[in-house]
Design a protein. Sequence first.
Length: 405
Amino acid sequence: MSVFEGKAWISKQGLVDVSIEVENGYISSVKKTSLEPKKEKAQGLILPAALDMHVHFRDPGYPHKEDWKTGSESAACGGVTAVVDMPNTNPFTSDISSFKDKEQIAKSKSIVDFGIGINVEENLTEQDWFGTVPAAFWKLYPYGISSDDYFRLAKEVLDKTKKPMVVHCEHPDYMYNNPLEKLSDHTENRLVAEEKCLASMPSSEYLHVAHLSTANGLKNLPPLSSTEVCPHHLLLNLDNCSSLDCKVDPPLRNVSDNTSLYDAYRNGKIPILASDHAPHTIEEKKSDTPPSGMPGVETMVPLMLQEVVENRLDLGRLVNSMAEAPATRLGLNRGRIEVGQPADLMFVDLNNTVKIDIDNLHSRSNWSPFEDWNAVFPHKVFRRGELISENSEVVSNSGGINLFD
Ligand code: NCD
Ligand code: ZN
Ligand code: ZN
């Protein structure tokens, strides 16, 4: 048994001095400060660790960009103890064998717990494994598909599914891939793609809208759906991140979009924080035709903790959006410091702001649009009671499990 003591964020109560007992990785008791021997006295605060429901760990297929080892190490050092990986690997995760192959790779290499998303393709709902595969969700992309097929498939899956369907909602008819001279051309090409997509998307409690990026998208959210926002759509815009390496899908916009999204995030209309960690190498990003995407799983929590330090965000709101809300959305009972929950915890010291330094990050992409930004990194991170990272150093080499098994 291990014991964690300190000031912890307890759901519905706030910061409380507690002693947390952990047995076999799960919390067995939470008591207001006790006289137990002090095994793990936290410096600063004890917070639930994050579940990032949107990462691209590129494995199998693109190990030069990332793999389950480097991706999960990056997660762990950023306070993320569970991730859900997207299906656009090579091969795509779109059937039972590619699912099992990826699960095997993740089990052998990942130091954080995980889920896997399966790509929505023709006839998905007729597969004999549709109702049984232990996947986190279905994922629908707007790339290389007609709008008729895109919305038909969306409806077909939403009508039959019992798990969330996550959509990258940019309308296939409104994405113009004209050559780019400057970053704003990319934004211009997709100016209304998000709002048009959302306006045509059927409403369903199973619908989850990935990486919301515009004020107009927010206005057009289907009523029953849930959504997520990424730090880059809250904090970056065409003014403060205007070089071509800031190309990301959906694109960066204006400060006014940041503000609308941030307000909605603050008040819970956008319940979930996710990174859309989409690593590419610096050479790829600096080329004339940079791919879209930026890394983010390691900087998401640290950047938002800094937002708390600067009084732009409430600590309770951050904790809920990064831990409990994504778990609940995926049908998982986790994300709170409470008896019976996995002991996925991090220690953070809100007095310890540092500048983001690429040399201290673990993603193979080896760059970040947030270089030199102020941030608060967790100094210890525990996955099911086990220390997996300390002061941005990895101290574990495997152990991640499929949370949906
Ligand atoms: C993602 C990627 O690189 O896989 N890129 C991105 O710009 N977000 C794909 C995606 O999430 O749409
Ligand atoms: Zn996407
Ligand atoms: Zn993505």
